[in-house]
Design a protein around this ligand. Structure first.
Ligand code: ATR
Length: 271
């Protein structure tokens, strides 16, 4: 029996159990995927418990992704650079931390636009939180040429730019529309547009019709930004794929099988 789980707080909205239990079934594996609500002060103890119960590994979500780095025995380079662990493999009683969010982000864009290459492209990334770092890592890893980064709180964007290097140019939040005419890709990593949050207010009038618009928010699937992109005639990529593709390498780490993101899974996520 392969046991895995997701830990976070709150956790009841997590879609990870739906994804991994689908793959256990599809690949005819005897596996169980649980979800545990774990408060920050309970994290260390819970992680020890997962080890003692022979869990093969687990996913980590808000608010534990940063704290998990300290609890791992080994952290891979990607997770180290992003400063967050979202997947753990338990092997020989050791905790090995990974971050599969950057992979999930780039794979999602490539899954929808097969011929799209990140090389020689210019992107505008909105937001400078945890998710933004994973997106920036993915973009740089795939050879993006230039990144404009903007955030309501500018100093967070400036700090990230310092960490991630010369490809990033920080733009004032109020001036973000000024660079739209230059970009091939627009990515929203802020929480604006999420259910219960304010919409992202941006005019896409000067955006080239070929530019791809991606929102990493997936609830709702069609965010106000994506609706605006569609109206404007731009190709767009919804956020659900990033969630599905970040789960792929996690499942592989625990089972040695790279599972498929297929129509059955996508349908299951919509219900
Ligand atoms: P995540 O891990 O999902 O990235 P986060 O680290 O809390 O979450 O980051 C949230 C992002 O949404 C930040 O870029 C945040 O901007 P600030 O750094 O200025 O807080 C952005 N965000 C949230 N609410 C916003 C709002 N009302 N207007 C603009 N940006 C907002």
């Amino acid at each position: 029996m392969i046991k895995a789980c997701v830990i976070g707080h709150p956790i009841k909205h997590s879609k990870s159990p739906k994804i991994h239990s689908y793959w256990f079934g599809k690949n005819k594996l005897n596996g169980e995927y649980h979800r545990f609500d774990v408060k920050p002060e309970e994290l260390e103890e819970k992680v020890q418990w997962l080890k003692s119960e022979d869990f093969k590994g687990f996913n980590v979500t808000i608010p534990h992704k940063e704290a998990m780095i300290e609890l791992c025995d080994i952290v891979d380079d990607t997770a180290e650079k992003i400063g967050a662990v979202n997947t753990v493999l338990i092997k020989d009683n050791k905790l090995i931390g990974f971050n599969t969010d950057a992979y999930g982000f780039t794979k999602n864009i490539k899954a929808v636009h097969k011929n799209f290459s990140f090389k020689q492209k210019t992107v505008l990334v909105l937001g400078a939180g945890g998710a933004s770092k994973a997106v920036l890592y993915g973009l740089i890893d795939r050879g993006i040429e230039k990144i404009y980064l903007t955030n309501r709180t500018k100093k967070k964007a400036t700090a990230i730019a310092k960490q991630f290097g010369k490809k990033i140019t920080v733009v004032n939040w109020k001036d973000k529309e000024d660079v739209l005419h230059e970009i091939n890709l627009l990515v929203n990593t802020t929480s604006l547009g999420m259910e219960g949050q304010k919409p992202l207010e941006i005019s896409l009038d000067t955006l080239s019709k070929e530019a791809i618009v991606n929102d990493i928010v997936y609830s709702p699937l069609m965010t106000p930004l994506l609706t605006e992109a569609k109206t404007h005639g731009n190709p767009y990529v919804t956020g659900i794929g990033m969630l599905l593709y970040q789960a792929q390498p996690a499942f592989k780490l625990w089972t040695n099988i790279l599972p498929e993101v297929d129509e059955g899974l996508i349908k299951r996520m919509m219900t």
